[in-house]
Ligand binder design. Structure first.
Ligand SMILES: Nc1ncnc2c1ncn2[C@@H]1O[C@H](COP(=O)(O)OP(=O)(O)OP(=O)(O)O)[C@@H](O)[C@H]1O
Length: 535
């Protein structure tokens, strides 16, 4: 029992110890429970904080995500931009590389140009110096040119004077197809004409053979010499070349008269007026053109010209104004000479200012249409009146204002150019073999009277020193000679064309014309005087 009791005491001591331990354990447990509650509160608090923090973090993450997306988007845009910028940069790089190449080239060119420019500047300076010298020389030369022009005019006119103031040119027209249509047998046969002087062209020889009373063949040879003989093939230009110097004379202040003499159909109108083409244009249009050309050229020598023209015909000893308003001129015209100036005027005649050669051509055509033209038995187109075209020229030397050559000399000159197409010179019996109408007979008589008056005037002038001896010159015997007085006397230069037909049938007429022209050619008219004055 004691064992048991000891056992129970042991058990009780154990129990006590265990109860104590349990109490301690319970206290510990309580403490721990409290700690646990506090820890779980703490955990709860932590959990809540954690949840809040997680939420905050989630929101933060979402925000960041958004931001990341935005940044990514920006990045993408930036990448695009960057890519484009890269491309731009690369193209700029290549441009820069080109540009720098170009710049290099330009720099080289610039250097070369600068070198050239410097050379130019040097040569410009050099040229400026030379120009100044040349300008001085030009000025001197202009002065010299004006002076030599004055000398030239003097010499030119001296040459003209030495050649004689009445000159005669003989021109034979070619045989025409119309010559073959004549009803008279043998009318188309060519006359025997020769031109032996092939160097100076001054001779014409006509020969004819006839049967003498004893039945023997008689050969006759006629020699004539003129200032110039033109063969049938001579062109209008060749003929004009010989007379063009005369046009210059009238711009120098001389009275120039060119007239055509010859039987009907011998080529007077062709020589003076010519055909419609440039090649066939006659002496009148060519001379007018020459005068205008010379006047234009003389501008550079300080001369200024004004021109005026008149055109008339003398038909049956009456003057008809070819520039009048009506086809038939009913006015009575008188011829007036001014002894002081040596000029001739016709009263009530239209005198038109002339500005160009083409204006003159139009006038001439108009006037030609008005000419009294009547058919004769010899030439359908024969004109039965004398036509006189007059171009008056006044010049004044006004200098070359503004060129440094100073004032003009103030010298004035007045000249005229008379171009006369005479009516046919055939004798009465040739034209009117079967005695035709009276009007035509009167016309022919009147023409022949004036032509023989022309011959008489020339013959009287040809007698030695007519003007010095005061011998009477019968200018008044016909309207033609009276009108041409100043063109035939000592104040002028005269050229006569003797037109000849090449036909054998016209041989006698040709011989008569040749004799008349020889008389004219042997006439020496005093010295031509230039009509000039210094204002
Ligand atoms: N050199 C020439 N070349 C070519 N044809 C010419 C030449 N000369 C004159 N003729 C021609 O001869 C014909 C007569 O000439 P033109 O009419 O000129 O004679 P004319 O002497 O003036 O006559 P008229 O006294 O009747 O006026 C015209 O058909 C003309 O064309």
């Amino acid at each position: 029992m004691e064992a048991e009791r000891a056992k129970v005491a042991d058990l009780q001591a154990n129990h006590l110890a265990l109860s104590r331990e349990l109490a301690v354990a319970k206290t510990q447990e309580l403490t721990q429970r409290r700690e646990l509650v506090s820890a779980s509160d703490e955990i709860e608090g932590l959990k809540k904080r954690h949840a809040r923090e997680v939420m905050d973090l989630e929101m933060d993450v979402k925000k960041r995500d958004r931001e990341i997306r935005e940044v990514n988007e920006d990045l993408r845009v930036c990448r695009g931009d960057l890519e484009r910028e890269r491309e731009t940069v690369s193209s700029l790089k290549s441009t820069i590389s080109h540009q720098s190449n170009a710049h290099l080239t330009l720099t080289t060119q610039n250097q070369a140009l600068q070198a050239q420019m410097e050379a130019y500047i040097r040569s410009v300076a050099d040229l400026t110096g030379k120009l100044e010298v040349a300008e001085k020389e030009v000025e001197e030369m202009k002065k010299e040119a004006m002076e030599s022009e004055r000398v030239r005019r003097k010499l030119h006119n001296m040459v003209q004077e030495l050649k004689g103031n009445i000159r005669v040119f003989c021109r034979v027209r070619p045989v025409l197809s119309s010559d073959f249509s004549s009803s008279v047998e043998g009318a188309d046969a060519e006359a025997n004409m020769a031109f032996p002087d092939q160097r100076d062209h001054k001779e014409i020889v006509l020969s004819s053979s006839s049967e003498s009373a004893t039945g023997q063949e008689r050969k006759e040879v006629y020699n004539f010499g003129f200032d110039r003989v033109f063969e049938p093939q001579a062109t209008q230009a060749e003929v004009f070349e010989e007379i063009s110097q005369l046009a210059q004379s009238c711009t120098d202040g001389y009275n120039v008269c060119i007239f055509a003499y010859g039987q009907t159909g011998s080529g007077k109108s062709f020589t003076m007026e010519g055909g419609p083409t440039e090649e066939t244009a006659g002496m009148i249009p060519r001379a007018v053109e020459q005068v205008f050309r010379v006047a234009e050229e003389m501008k550079s020598k300080g001369w200024e010209y004004t021109m005026e023209g008149q055109f008339l015909e003398i038909y049956n000893e009456t003057i008809n104004d070819l520039l009048g308003k009506h086809d038939f001129d009913k006015k009575k015209h008188e011829i007036k000479h001014d002894a002081k100036t040596g000029s001739t005027r016709v009263t009530d005649i239209n005198v038109l200012p002339l500005h160009s050669a083409s204006q003159v051509r139009t006038l001439l055509n108009l006037a030609q249409g008005r000419r009294s033209v009547a058919a004769t038995m010899m030439n359908e187109r024969s004109s039965r009146s004398h036509s006189v075209f007059t171009l008056r020229i006044s010049g004044v030397n006004v200098g070359l204002g503004g060129t440094g050559c100073g004032e003009g000399t103030g010298e004035r000159c007045e000249g005229s150019l008379n171009l006369v197409d005479l009516a046919g010179s055939e004798r009465l019996n040739v034209s009117f073999a079967n005695g035709a109408d009276k009007e035509r007979v009167k016309e022919t008589q009147s023409i022949n009277k004036s032509l023989s008056a022309l011959g008489d005037v020339i013959a009287a002038l040809g007698e030695k020193g007519p003007e010095a001896t005061g011998k009477h010159i019968p200018y008044r015997n016909s309207k033609l000679t009276y009108l041409l007085q100043n063109s035939l006397s000592g104040n002028s230069k005269t050229l006569m064309f003797l037109n000849l037909s090449p036909l054998a049938a016209h041989l006698n007429e040709s011989l008569t014309s040749l004799r008349f022209a020889t008389k004219v050619n042997n006439t020496t008219i005093g010295t031509a005087k230039k009509q000039s004055r210094t204002s």
